[in-house]
Write a protein that binds this ligand. Sequence first.
Ligand code: HT7
Ligand code: ZN
Length: 844
Amino acid sequence: PQTIYLKDYAPFPWLIDGVELTFRLSPKATRVTSRIRFRPNPDAPSGPFFLNGETMTLLSARIDGAEVQPEITPEGLTCAVPDGPFTFEAEVEIDPEANTSLDGLYRSGGMYCTQCEAQGFRKITFYPDRPDVMAVFTVRVESEMPVLLSNGNPVDQGDGWAEWHDPWPKPAYLFALVAGDLVSVPGHFTTRSGRAVDLNIWVRPGDEGRAGWALESLKLSMRWDEEAYGREYDLDVFNIVAVDDFNMGAMENKGLNIFNSRLVLASPETATDTDFERIEAVIAHEYFHNWTGNRITCRDWFQLCLKEGLTVFRDQSFTSDVRSAPVKRIEDAILLRARQFREDQGPLAHPVRPESFVEINNFYTVTVYEKGAEIVGMLKRLVGDEGYRAALDLYFDRHDGQAVTIEDWLKVFEDATGRDLTQFARWYSQAGTPHLTVTDAFEDGRYTLTFRQETAPTPGQTEKAPQVIPIAVGLLGANGDEVVPTTLLEMTEAEQSFTFEGLTGKPVPSILRGFSAPVEITRESSGAEKAFLLAHDTDPFNRWEAGRDLARATLTAMILEDAAPDAGWLQGLGAVLRDTALDPAFRALVLALPTQDEMAAHLARLGHVPDPLRIRACHRALREAMSEALEDSLPALHEDAQIPGEYSPQAEPAGRRALGNAALGLITLRDGGARARAQFETADNMTQSIAALGALLAIGKGQDQLAAFEARWSHDRLVMDKWFGLQIALAEPEEAAPLTERLTQHPGFDVKNPNRVRAVFGSLSGNAAGFHAPGGASYALLADWLIRLDALNPQTASRLSTAFDSWRRYDETRQGQMRAQLERIAGTDGLSRDLSEMVQRMLG
Ligand code: HT7
Ligand code: ZN
């Protein structure tokens, strides 16, 4: 397969003045006719006329009305064209029913829907399928389906047809079409300049009662973008459609967002607090793309972080504003460290803006999204709130309607603030997590912090230059008072010192407050100092961080030295838990231990070979110690979470339940499951019910409850995903593979449904001790299914294959077993470009 390079970018030699498409939908033989008005691009060198097109049959083609016979290859067509403007027309036939890749036009549960990002449009018709070719689309859909949707505004409709026109030029990846037997949950929004917008959440009949939260989240997002960024909606309608079979979370097609149904449908009985929060965030994310992604898009796919990093940053800010800012920051840091730092440490490490790819779908990664968002956050921290707003205003003004690059993005910051961002730009090109080593000294009232930055080599990048690192620091006095408030230090050198004058005693530093940069940090400091910060830090992030560091340190000592759990940390934890002035959601986060995978990564960084079974045993032992030490506090926390009255998914009650259920998990370790059983019996919402079930499964009980849960919910796909996933995630190590295998025989297992496949195999790889259980059965099982899945849905197979990315961390036996599975996959005939690229990179 061909490797595509950023350095080879060349503009398309033509511009498009208008696209007209007609779809005659039929399950196995959909006809698509296209009429595309091309004219030479004055800013591009001339070149051959090539249109992407795959997996379709060309029935006829015409140029300016005259029949032509283009040359067809598996990738597209070429054809001689006139020198000046011309109209290209084609009719093609495609087979949506046979499309199991869920990319292009496909069928899901009897409806038709599309997914075109990144390169799905080329499976629909012949077209220059690249983001820098933007055009105005008019679409006619003909079908017996009652609801026919496409992008933009409705133009007209009749019996069996509908026409749509999108006045905003867009790249083909934002095209969408939906046809189905759907019902809408309608709403209205008036923009601040007075535009009336009809909102619809389209769902299958029967699901109307579960779309209200998505609708409210959409209105909240629309208002927030006006207030925080001055961005208004720009069409008369905004449609969202829920689809059961979907490769990712959701898609921001102009005026017609398509969502995985798990990110739309929610009721108290079927969705957890976390589901509600996630729906709110993803609805916001896709809505925010209307400006950051759609009105201003990417010049090429190497610039993906331009829209994704910025839009993730925007959805994170939204959640911080509508929920709790410190809690959101901690959650984001947990995710970044667990997944992005892990990516950076392994064979799949790549820059936020990669320089080459074989399959672009493999680069929708945590690095592009979450590290991309961190870079935006750092820019904002460096230029300040006002500078950031001025830069964004300039970005929207200067680039509206364009397909742009990271250079364009950084230039608006330079122009708006006068800052030189040449060195900062390394954040986009250098892969890997910078590691800061910190030392300090105190003399005559002067306190000096010295930082050294280093980034380990990553594939294809051995040498790393120093990056700009914004380090937020505060200093605390011996009594816990803040003697120096949060100050932003700008590190630019490989090693650099910063001095604070006029102090009366040696302070306790609180470093990297608010997780001000996506870096790792090492500083020799005593447990007592960490305990002090856990008790006193005025920065909530670092207060949590101190507790996390202590938890990791005690777990590390238990694993490596057979040490007893740290009594000082347990005491500090108790004090935090009892402090009712603290947000319950924050306290729940303080109670959560580093995950077993995080511990494996930590031990590997320290130069040890992690033993997943030993980590699991010590994790369990530490939780038992917590259960005992906190025995007096836990029941009250659990009781406080039994909130009477109507269920609300808002942050406050959700936080109380998070803390209560964390307490329940610990209580269950010592009470044999009595309290969890009672909660399961009486729960009137999914948060309480799944937490109780999880607590029981974690102690090897709960089989009756699991059966009751299945009996109650077997008709509901989304709820059953939880049932499949939870039992695998919590299975005993030696049971994980056999249980997973049994569940693939369950009548509810459907290899064509990505949610179900992820529930099963994502949970298997998420069960660290189960995935790495001796004998390698889980490795073999996952590889078997990746090979089967790849033939149907390469994107989902490729994403799930990342379970193997940390194989080099482990002992020789496990390494050998994982490498053998990767080689077996690599040797499979007919492997997709997606999976083969991933496996090759992992084998390195
Ligand atoms: N921009 C979208 C990314 C995406 C996608 C979504 C659904 C199915 C396949 C997809 N490939 C790429 C989603 C987003 O980031 O908002
Ligand atoms: Zn996005």
